[in-house]
Design a binder for this molecule. Sequence first.
Ligand SMILES: [Zn+2]
Length: 113
Amino acid sequence: MNVIVKSSSLHGAGVIIDGFGTAAFVNHCCDPNCETDEIRRRIWIIALRDIEAGEELTYDYNLYDGEPGEDAACYCGVKGCRGTMFSEEEVARQKRILLRRKQKKARMKSHRR
Ligand SMILES: [Zn+2]
């Protein structure tokens, strides 16, 4: 049996997603049993597989707007946990920014000599 939980709604063209309702308590997991989707201007939490009664609902937050070096640690404990709630793309983006900053700092330091 798949479960669909009606969640928060969108106001305007992708401007604000309300964080109220039961769905606001769904935790992140690197191996989630649900995913989010926008259907007719509403955010839905949709089961990815059968879910046992009493099993915690989770979805992958795939955070994408962090500051380079920011910690969004994940403690989900599943095998293969990324260790962060940031998406793999966000982790790569932040690494690139930190590397560029480091290279720029090194260049500025070498110009001062
Ligand atoms: Zn995890």
